[in-house]
Design a protein. Structure first.
Length: 504
């Protein structure tokens, strides 16, 4: 196969090792600059991941079950339907100041006014009880609130901006158009941070990223190497490929305001027409899990007993017939239905879209694939200017996401394109009731029952077609040790890595 990255591997094997990072420095390659890394402002995926390295939160979900666990919070006690008491552990910010309850109160109060403020405007009051204890009082019961405490804490009076101070394993040093530099926080409460320095370097080109790794001028990249070349990368004696299941979801969104797609039979026909197992084998090289809904099988609230749509083109054609979309000319070229499908301009996403368009064409659905830069694609999706689109959802840790993505109140409007992520225009009183009850239910076992029923409703109604939970994949220099993948793809364990000189 003549993929450009195979050429990169061959060329790199013929040259000398480039001058690489110091033994106590780790260079991580990313595709784009992270934007803001202040935890109150971080809107991008990379921004949120780097924010966690600088500003430790009260809780995090960086574990295999995606359950909220204490970070800066030593103890969290629900003292009433709307009240939570938080006790802090002993910790210091990177500038040496102690982390206090006043800092926590300030962080959440200032976050309410920022772009991520929706989650924090449900807080009615924050009471500081003593330097290490505070109480949150909500306007109404909200069971996901403990997960909402996954917000990096900054010192009192620290205004939102480009140079955040926190109590995470690293502190911000510098940034420019091509890289962002963090250094070890000597006061980190969990233990000694092994790397002295982290450098996040932007390389937009797939070939150049791989060459930098093979040549030794970088150490690690996560989820940036196309699956089609990973087997060849793994055979390179300088690199190591590590993969693990993720909570990310790749899906096809459907516009339920579209005259054809508002018919659930048509939506089900689309799902039956897709041979996702073949795509998983051929395009994703087996590094994914078939999805049945938004939540991955590793999630604590995952429900396996939902309606599934195995590849069945005969069933797809029968459903189209039932919906009145008959084959107009037998074996002729005329389609039953024409749709346009919008996706990002990344080559691997385009390739996936074209394969699925071909499979839909086999049952009489003609699909035109249109590619866009991500910002343009997102604007069209929010405005409802699409029939089909594909995107990925990352960091699906809290099952309350089912409310965010599917409750009828979360449909974007012309006046508020960011009203929510129900860009499918899905409306279901049954689903609304289930996720509202789950949001207010304090008992986790009961919440799981409600979310299970919600997953069954969504699998029946198909406002989107869940495709895959694509694995998280790291390509790293062989001498780099100690990095562990977590399902939400955060860089949570970078503070523990080191380089083994014997493996150079």
């Amino acid at each position: 196969m003549n993929h450009p990255l195979f050429l990169a591997l061959a060329l790199a094997g013929a040259g000398c090792r480039a001058h690489g990072p110091a033994p106590d420095e780790v260079v991580v390659l990313i595709e784009t600059m992270p934007g803001d890394i202040d935890p109150r402002l971080a809107l991008t995926g990379y921004g949120a991941k780097l924010a966690r390295l600088v500003a430790a939160p009260l809780v995090n979900c960086d574990n295999d079950r995606l359950e909220p666990r204490g970070d800066l919070a030593q103890e969290i006690e629900q003292t009433g339907p709307r009240e939570y008491r938080v006790t802090l552990r002993e910790a210091r910010f990177s500038d040496g100041r102690r982390v206090t309850a006043e800092d926590v109160a300030y962080t959440f109060t200032s976050a309410r006014e920022g772009p991520l403020g929706d989650a924090y405007r449900r807080i009615a009051a924050i009471e500081v009880l003593d330097p290490r204890t505070l109480r949150f009082v909500l306007f109404e019961p909200h069971a996901p609130f403990i997960t909402d405490l996954d917000l990096g804490i900054v010192p009192r009076g620290h205004a939102p901006g480009p140079d955040p101070v926190g109590a995470g394993p690293f502190r911000m040093i510098s940034r420019d158009e091509t890289q962002l530099v963090l250094e070890r926080n000597p006061h980190y409460f969990t233990g000694r941070v092994r790397p002295r320095r982290l450098v996040f370097r932007v390389i937009r080109d797939d070939n150049a990223r791989l060459l930098a790794l093979v040549g030794g001028s970088a150490d690690l990249t996560q989820n940036t190497v196309p699956p089609v070349v990973l087997d060849a990368v793994g055979r390179n004696d300088r690199l190591r490929v590590q993969s693990a299941p993720s909570s990310n979801l790749t899906y096809i969104g459907l516009n339920l305001d579209d005259p054809a797609l508002r018919d659930v039979r048509v939506r089900r026909a689309l799902a039956y027409a897709l041979d996702r197992e073949q795509i998983l084998r051929v395009k994703l090289r087996g590094r994914a899990r078939l999805a049945t809904g938004m939540l991955a099988p590793l999630h604590w609230a995952y429900e396996p007993g939902v309606e599934r749509y195995a590849f069945d083109p005969a069933r797809a054609r029968a459903l189209l017939d039932e919906a009145g979309l008959h084959d107009p000319d037998g074996d002729g070229p005329q389609p039953r239905l024409r749709l346009h499908y919008k996706t990002s301009s990344k080559p691997d996403r385009i390739a996936l879209a074209r394969v699925m368009a071909h499979q839909l064409g086999a049952v009489g659905i003609e699909v035109e694939v249109r590619t866009f830069e991500l910002a343009t694609l997102m604007d069209d999706v929010k405005r409802g200017n699409f029939q089909l689109f594909s995107l990925q959802v990352t960091e699906v840790s809290e099952p309350h996401y089912l409310h965010t993505f599917f409750h009828s109140s979360r449909i974007p409007t012309p006046k508020d394109l960011d009203a929510g992520r129900n860009r499918f225009r899905y409306r279901s009183a049954e689903l609304d009731r289930l996720v509202e009850e789950a949001r207010k239910e304090p008992d986790r076992a009961r919440r799981k029952v409600l979310y299970a029923e919600a997953q069954r409703v969504l699998a029946r109604d198909l406002p989107m077609i869940p495709l895959f939970h694509e694995d998280n994949v790291v390509v790293a220099r062989r001498e780099l040790r100690g990095y562990r993948l977590v399902p939400n793809a955060r860089f949570a364990t970078l503070w523990q890595v080191w380089k083994d000189a014997s493996d150079r």
